[in-house]
Design a protein around this ligand. Structure first.
Ligand code: DAK
Length: 263
């Protein structure tokens, strides 16, 4: 792959968008390579993914404006679908995905970070949906995910005004989970990812599914979704081993990673 790299650290997979010359802007090739990178993750081995951008200046400065500028209506729709399919794949990926946002997260950059489960950003990060200034709407789910993540009123304000916000404001409105210095960003993301990786993997996956699926339906249906996923955990080796360790007061074992395996 030319613009995307993948490395593994213990049980954490790190996917890096590496098109620094264009501030990691998303062209069709980057979208295809990201798709390939997620498809290539060994989901038995890896417990958490970190998605980041190469360099210190930009996470992703948006969809590629050069490529978009000459698109016909049909091509624009196809480009939008390519992005939306990928972003939905990230959002519903069985493993948690942490966005380590290292600088600009504009347009498609803000949108791809919002398809991740958790966002940690560096203090030089800048978020925004500048699309209306370019004569288009956000096209990779920005109108939908921003309104759900912050509030409809705040999302409308940011999208209609096309105003960029800095890391501290992104934190204040709940767009990011944590702000750290640029030097600390990857360590902090890895620390959080390792913490997730140390927990029972089937339980973590089921939590992600319960939260995601539950948010799409009313509370009565959501609770049934949770019940089912809670019940599923009870036939796993993870649950049996972890609870037995607790009852045996085996603190050493309790802290160990339990295997990813159904009974
Ligand atoms: N696309 C292509 N190239 C980009 C880019 C982008 N989004 N952002 C930056 N670059 C390139 C610049 O052209 C420049 O290339 P060279 O001139 O060196 O060849 C290089 O990256 C460095 O950028 P600058 O020289 O501009 O760097 P500065 O530090 O001066 O400024 C900046 C950084 C991030 C403030 C500035 O580059 C900027 O404003 N970039 C554009 C940000 C932006 O507007 N992003 C949102 C793009 S719109 C849809 C599907 C998708 C979307 C919408 C609809 N459907 C199909 C419906 C998504 C839309 C977007 O994401």
């Amino acid at each position: 792959m030319e613009f995307v790299t993948y490395e593994v650290k213990d049980r954490v997979g790190i996917i890096t968008i590496s098109r620094e010359k264009a501030l990691n802007a998303l062209n069709s090739q980057v979208l295809e390579e990201l798709n390939e990178a997620f498809d290539g993750v060994d989901q038995n081995e890896i417990r958490c993914i970190i998605l980041t951008g190469a360099g210190e200046k930009s996470f992703v400065a948006g969809a590629d404006i050069g490529e978009m500028s000459s698109l016909s209506k049909a091509e624009g729709e196809a480009f939008g679908k390519k992005g939306n399919d990928l972003f939905r794949k990230i959002e519903t990926f069985p493993l948690p995905v942490i966005a380590a946002v290292n600088g600009f997260a504009l347009g498609g950059g803000c949108e791809i970070s919002m398809s991740c489960d958790i966002r940690i950003c560096s203090d030089n990060a800048v978020f925004g949906q500048p699309e209306v200034g370019l004569g288009i709407t956000p096209g990779f789910g920005g109108t939908q995910r921003l309104a759900r993540l912050v509030s409809p009123g705040m999302a409308k304000q940011l999208i209609y005004t096309a105003r960029n916000i800095k890391a501290d404001e992104a934190y204040r409105i709940g767009l990011v989970n944590k702000v750290v210095s640029a030097e600390e960003l990857m360590d902090e993301a890895l620390k959080m990812a390792s913490g997730i990786a140390a927990n029972a993997p089937i339980a973590v996956r089921n939590c992600k599914k319960a939260i995601n699926d539950g948010l799409q339906v009313d509370m009565d249906k959501a609770i049934v979704i949770e019940e089912k996923l809670f019940g599923d955990c009870f036939e796993t080796e993870d649950q049996k081993a972890a609870m037995a360790n607790f009852l045996e007061k085996d603190k050493e074992k309790k802290l160990k990673v339990v295997p990813f395996k159904n009974c």
